[in-house]
Design a protein around this ligand. Structure first.
Ligand SMILES: *[C@@H]1O[C@H](CO)[C@@H](O)[C@H](O)[C@H]1NC(C)=O
Ligand SMILES: *[C@@H]1O[C@H](CO)[C@@H](O)[C@H](O)[C@H]1NC(C)=O
Ligand SMILES: *[C@@H]1O[C@H](CO)[C@@H](O)[C@H](O)[C@H]1NC(C)=O
Ligand SMILES: *[C@@H]1O[C@H](CO)[C@@H](O)[C@H](O)[C@H]1NC(C)=O
Length: 484
């Protein structure tokens, strides 16, 4: 009898070991929609859900993740980290309840001041990272940004230039005439010196203060500083519904943009403070679609009406306005850009289209020269993006898809992103650079029909393999137990 018990217990132990060793991640949650497609060499996993339109995300100095939930406030999330992409939120709470907050988020370089934005203002709080709480009322740092056509005011704190806060403010069609006058402050990126502000200092007025880093930037939602060169880059959401000489070219033009805005250290930069084209000139994405577009190539500035009265020509657009450093497909909707620590890659999130054929909806990266801080691709490159994660069926987008917005990179180099449409936070990790490893999404939706179809194609169904094995072993144990 004793031997029988030993056999049975050993058997159970084996079942548990099978479960633990083959896949130690016990808290797998599945996405709201179909599982994403993950590029070779990468593994991805959903690590939090149920948030309210999560937009910008940022790690604090203790490794907790701060998330702007648009229309709700700022929440803070701690994660139990079991290595790889196996993370699960173990404590989440709201640290700022403020319905006006809708996108922007930043921390000072010492981690002790938190910044966030509404369409009108930039706010700051004293932040206690260890306590996980703000320890002051808000103060208003910048105001005067009240246009409600496009409402995000992206924030970036420079790591190179002390106490410099960069703010990007977009505007759309209904304000396009006003956007062509600098003092209106629309469709611009400005930097502000926030040294020596006291609690009694008046807020900066966005439209009349700060340094203009660039204007004619319709809606540059993503902002980043290259970690080595200190160069400032922005990703631009260009216009919808354009025509050229009265002909509709809106499907594949204009391109979305990566723009270079120079440095903050006082170096004279040809690009700095210049106009990047909006609302007069746009970047070519598909030259074939543009009538009378002789000589136009990807990334060149073109005019929507050629040579009409008071209108600009392609030549003037090219000469007087700054062209993008790189151009992306039309309507991809870039939301954020973040560099890895070495500066060899810039990761970009694309929220995807809503008014044209469904395109975008992905996270990709761009290769950079880590020393010069420049993209390795030339400006007319038509495929500067390496995809990491996409939705599996774009015909279901936008409604049935995740839509990436905020990006953050943790101290292990894992890439995190928020999806506002689904209220989710995902983590991605590069597991091999030789391209041989299949991409893995941990937590395939348990749709067994789909699983059959996809089997062997993208590793679908593997996740549940360990459970099945453990259950089979357990079944054998129980059977054995009964026989014994
Ligand atoms: C929650 O995660 C944090 C790391 O962010 C860890 O220090 C803490 O021990 C975890 N708490 C629980 C209850 O697992
Ligand atoms: C920012 O302001 C402080 C104090 O007013 C000043 O000392 C500093 O030189 C300024 N920095 C820049 C980059 O202008
Ligand atoms: C700004 O503050 C720093 C220290 O916080 C001080 O050294 C400097 O003199 C101040 N500058 C001005 C212009 O008040
Ligand atoms: C500013 O930064 C750029 C890029 O790193 C560098 O080439 C330049 O020398 C710097 N200028 C100053 C004044 O430090």
């Amino acid at each position: 009898m004793r031997n029988h018990v030993v056999v049975f217990v050993t058997c159970l132990y084996t079942a548990v070991a099978v479960a633990q060793n083959t896949n130690p991640c016990s808290n797998i949650i599945v996405p709201k929609n179909a599982a994403p497609v993950v590029a070779p060499g990468w593994q991805a996993q959903l690590v939090a859900g149920g948030l309210t339109k999560p937009r910008s995300i940022q790690f604090d100095s203790t490794g907790a993740l701060l998330v702007v939930e648009s229309g709700k406030g700022i929440s803070r999330h701690r994660f139990s980290d079991n290595g790889g992409t196996c993370l699960s939120a173990n404590h989440s709470h709201i640290i700022v309840e403020e319905t006006k907050l809708n996108h922007g988020l930043a921390l000072s370089t010492d981690g002790k001041t938190l910044y966030a934005s509404s369409s009108e203002s930039v706010y700051s709080w004293t932040y206690d990272a260890v306590g996980g709480t703000v320890i002051s009322d808000y103060r208003i740092l910048i105001n005067g940004m009240s246009n409600n056509d496009l409402v995000t005011r992206t924030l970036l704190i420079s790591q190179h230039q002390p106490n410099t806060l960069i703010v990007s403010r977009g505007s759309s069609d209904q304000n396009k005439d006003r956007a062509s006058i600098l003092s209106n402050g629309l469709s611009q990126i400005r930097s502000f010196n926030i040294s020596n502000l006291t609690r009694f200092s008046a807020p900066f007025n966005f439209n009349s203060e700060g340094t203009v880093l660039g204007w004619g930037l319709r809606n540059s939602v993503g902002l980043a500083e290259h970690p080595v060169s200190g160069g400032i880059y922005a990703v631009e959401n260009s216009v919808d519904g354009v025509t050229r000489n009265g002909i509709n070219i809106k499907e594949n033009n204009p391109g979305e943009e990566l723009n270079f805005l120079g440095y903050l250290n006082g170096t004279e930069m040809v690009n700095q403070g210049k106009n990047f084209g909006y609302p007069h000139c746009f970047a070519v994405w598909d030259p074939k679609e543009i009538p009378e577009g002789d000589g136009l190539v990807v990334g060149k500035q073109f005019a929507v009406e050629e040579d009409g009265e008071g209108l600009l020509s392609d030549e003037v657009c090219e000469k007087d306005y700054v062209s993008p450093r790189l151009t992306f497909p039309a309507h991809y909707a870039p939301m954020d850009v973040k560099f890895d620590g070495g500066g060899g890659r810039g990761y970009v999130s694309f929220r995807g289209s809503c008014e044209t054929s469904p395109v975008g909806y992905r996270v990709a990266y761009i290769d950079f020269d880590p020393v010069t801080g420049e993209p390795t691709a030339e400006a007319d490159n038509t495929s500067p993006l390496e995809d990491i994660i996409t939705n599996s069926d774009h015909s279901k987008c936008p409604d049935g898809c995740f839509r990436p917005v905020g990006l953050a990179i943790d101290d292990q180099g894992r890439i995190w992103f928020s999806s506002d449409s689904t209220g989710e936070i995902y983590v991605m990790q590069e597991v091999g650079r030789n391209g041989n490893q299949q991409g893995v999404f941990v937590g395939q939706k348990p749709d067994f029909e789909e699983e059959e179809e996809e089997k062997g194609k993208n590793g679908a169904g593997r996740v549940f393999g360990w459970e099945t094995k453990a259950l089979v072993t357990l079944g054998v144990c129980l059977g054995l137990g009964m026989v014994l």
